[in-house]
Write a protein that binds this ligand. Sequence first.
Ligand code: ADP
Ligand code: MG
Length: 699
Amino acid sequence: MKNVPEMYGSLVFNDKVMRTKLPKDVYKALRKTIEQNTHLEIDVANAVAVAMKEWAVENGATHFTHWFQPLTGFTAEKHDSFISPTENGGVLMEFSGKELVKGEPDASSFPSGGLRATCEARGYTAWDPTSPAFIKDGTLCIPTAFCSYSGEALDKKTPLLRSMDALSKEATKLLRIIGNTSVNSVMTTVGPEQEYFLINKEDFKKRRDLVFTGRTLLGAPAPKGQEMEDHYFGMLKTRVSEYMKDLDEELWKLGIPAKTKHNEVAPCQHELAPIFDTTNVAVDHNQLTMEMMKKVAERHGYVCLLHEKPFAGINGSGKHNNWSMTTNTGVNLLDPGKTPAENTQFLVFLAAVIKAVDDYADLMRLSVASAGNDHRLGANEAPPAIISIFLGDELTAVIESIEKDEFFHTSEKVSMEMGAKVIPHFTRDTTDRNRTSPFAFTGNKFEFRSLGSAASVAGPNTILNTAVAEILSQFSAKLEGTPEDQMEKAVHDLIRDTIIAHKRVIFNGNGYSDEWVQEAERRGLYNLRSTPEVLPKFLDQKNVELFTKHGVYTEAEMNSRHEIKLEKYCKTLHIEGKTMLTMLYQEFMPAVLKYTDSLAASIAVKKSVAASISCASVEKKLEKLTSLYEELAVLTDKLDVLVAEAESMEEDLEALSFFYHDSVIPAMEAARATADELEVYMPDEFMPYPTYTDMLFYV
Ligand code: ADP
Ligand code: MG
């Protein structure tokens, strides 16, 4: 057994290393930058760079890279070596403060959504000292933000950091107004639970759909799916367990606190959850976790599938974004606390989150929209597309008593500590769970469950932080100037009014039921089912105002992001359509023909022996398969025509996204249905690629 405390963070330039490697004054200056977001002087940067390089070289690194998160959804890196030639023909290992702080990658091939003309290819990466540098594959990776020559964000991290600042500013201000003067900053915390599939590398390589799109576009269900519920939390197979151990170790070395692991509902599906961290660190860690999941899989003869819906008919993969707010004094603002005063503070912030989710439900939905996630949301395996909040029984009762100006009765005692019906006293309720809610209160945090497994968690958190910051600023505006002796009543009224105005978004029932869809419609909640439907909402006036007011996105940045999202949706479907066509035309249909030919040949041979031999059952099968084949040929040609039509439509992206959704997807589904019906009759030896049975039950 390896020494975990020794291994943990051994590849991270963390606080412990900094403290030992940096001169005292440099360490202090850097901590100040990290904690208070102050500017870093170049001489400090130089000293940090020297220490960082020394540490990296000691740990086997030869290169460094600015590690960033462009709008592709993946991470990007360009490696430079530390070597610098000397006069006598040797080399020195060098790294300067300038190289640490700023990079200038050629940015022309990253998506910019029209923000940066390709001729103006320069982009900047700027060091984010709040996320620690680490060593990966012999390269020192420096987490950075990525922006254009003119300063527009071209990445996911910059707006996220801006949204964290906005929330910190507004939360601190409100806390001071309601009498909590000890707080200087508020950070948001995130713990993302990550689901994934593992399949054999050999199978993966034989399936063009998995190789090109990450999901199966064809495939009849295996005789057994997940109906026996025998996989969830089931015993880990030895090989899977070896993989998970190896993965844990790689993550621990990178200072990623991987904590829990277990089998998920679907066969071959698993989950990993880390201990939560500051949001931007959690986002970086989640990106690294996904990368490591894939890399470690290779070593074990697996491929890790992070697509939201790799297999039809069994659960897809999501990512639960556990989110809260913590003060610099260490108080979790979503923890009800032990005293009525703590309860008050908690209820103000709870009310703000409720209002934020109701006012910006369109953005919340948008933040999880993608072609892949469209297969999950609302498919009775993940929360519906309707955004609502689960509070649990006790908290709902608390809220109701506030709404009605009644006393709140806890199970043990009537709480009247304050002698007034102002703020009820209650303690944390930990009992109930509701798996069907998109946004559930779980005792001291909210769990946003609609996220897909493949996407970065930066986007949803940027939106959540900004929306909550906005409501906190509205609350401050309402309460500011209230005399101290009237503050308690003013806060109570604010909470009550907010609850009355926004309780429509609270729903504790079964989110998978049809009744909820109807009820939500009566309540006037959004039910934005598909990505093309939701994406245009980003540019609604109220949303532009939100992001520009808090300095999270400029309007130009919003336009660019909108275009990139549309483009990504359309490109994904284009690739899916084309991949399906090649599989049908080049692999599956020829295989069916070969099989039907062999049936025909078998009939002919039998008849040649004696014309009287009955071949009725073979003939019947041949007839059935031939007619299905004809049907499939027609459907495939139809899909071919539609994909070609889409290719000619590329100038209007919004129209194109609807065309894919309304025409191409149904054509793909129709062709698949017939192909899958045919597949059931296909002997293994005629199948050109592994089946669901091969992929899901022989791992
Ligand atoms: P469960 O009962 O669902 O297992 P846990 O307390 O284990 O709940 O939390 C699940 C995830 O939520 C973990 O990743 C955990 O680190 C994270 N989490 C817990 N507290 C917070 C918090 N205050 N802020 C953000 N995430 C949190
Ligand atoms: Mg969970």
